[in-house]
Design a protein around this ligand. Structure first.
Ligand code: HH2
Length: 283
């Protein structure tokens, strides 16, 4: 599970809260105490209401001091940089990040793939369409009859590009990109049929946390109040094969997913032993 740290003034649910170092570090420590395996740090919002693309210089000014401080404070946690820019990815690798999370899956800057390949780090390839300022909108949310087929095909193309850039299969995680160039109906179909994304053969991350589709289904306006809806979405995603979760609220998601995972595992044990039939000596 990755806890989210947005070092931005304009993120849709936590913009402006963690721009200075001390609040950011406190928040990160808390997320790790609550059970986060890693922290995903981003300096550019893709929020639905007119996200503003920022320059590499500005993004670096926002994230680099925080990345360095978090790396020092948490030497054993995974740190991921959420960026679409090679320049930012390279500088983040220099301070020791473990994962590059690119919401454009190297579409915006193919150089990110080569940089990740050279460094031998993990990558998250997320499905989206369009540039940073429009990927959170519905501008490119046009699909055929089967949104899952279209997203799987585009994710496969991203995987192929990553492999051609020299990234090894074991370093790749894929993500259907809930809410990115997707209306609520599209995000729901993708979560409902997540097995078809899992079938591509890579670990699947889901980033449903506090997103608009949860607000629409639950009629909860304020993003920070969408925690229960997030937990519901993540538990269903787990049962359909998601194995990594990107969340703002670590404690409730950790508890729910640990319990859900225990039940999934118990069920798997039952089905694997059921072939033997009932033990005649047992009652
Ligand atoms: N969603 C957001 C950002 N990065 N990365 C992955 N892999 N998957 C996601 O679903 C995903 C992501 C958007 O959420 P957030 O960072 O909270 O908001 P903002 O883009 O406004 O900063």
């Amino acid at each position: 599970m990755f806890g989210i740290l947005n070092v931005t003034p304009d993120s849709f649910s936590d913009g402006g809260r963690f721009e200075s170092l001390e609040p950011a570090l406190d928040h990160v420590r808390r997320m790790v105490d609550e059970g986060a395996d890693g922290i995903d740090i981003g300096g550019e919002s893709t929020r639905p209401q007119g996200a503003e693309a920022v320059s590499a210089e500005r993004e670096l000014r926002r994230v680099l001091p925080v990345l360095a401080a978090v790396r020092e404070a948490l030497p054993d946690s995974l740190i991921s940089i959420d960026t679409t820019k090679g320049e930012v990815a390279r500088a983040a690798l220099d301070v020791g990040v473990d994962v590059i999370n690119d919401v454009s899956a190297f579409r915006i800057d193919p150089g990110v793939g080569e940089i990740a390949a050279r460094a031998g780090v993990g990558v998250v390839l997320m499905h989206s369409r369009g540039g940073v300022a429009e990927m959170g909108t519905y501008r490119f949310a046009h699909y055929g009859d089967d949104v899952v087929a279209d997203v799987v095909q585009e994710l496969q193309a991203s995987v192929n590009a990553a492999l051609s850039a020299g990234i090894v299969r074991d370093s790749i995680v894929i993500d259907p990109g809930v809410g990115f160039a997707k209306k609520t109906e599209h995000s729901l179909r993708l979560l409902a049929e997540l097995e078809r994304v899992v079938a591509l053969g890579f670990p699947v991350m889901v980033g449903a946390s506090r997103k608009r589709f949860i607000g629409e289904l639950s009629r909860v306006e304020r993003a920070a109040d969408r925690v229960a809806g997030t937990v519901g979405a993540n538990v269903v995603a787990l049962t359909r094969g998601a194995r990594l979760f990107r969340v703002h609220d670590v404690a409730p998601n950790r508890q729910a997913l640990d319990v859900a995972w225990g039940i999934v595992q118990a069920g798997a044990g039952l089905s694997s032993s059921s072939g033997a039939g009932p033990d005649p000596d047992s009652r």
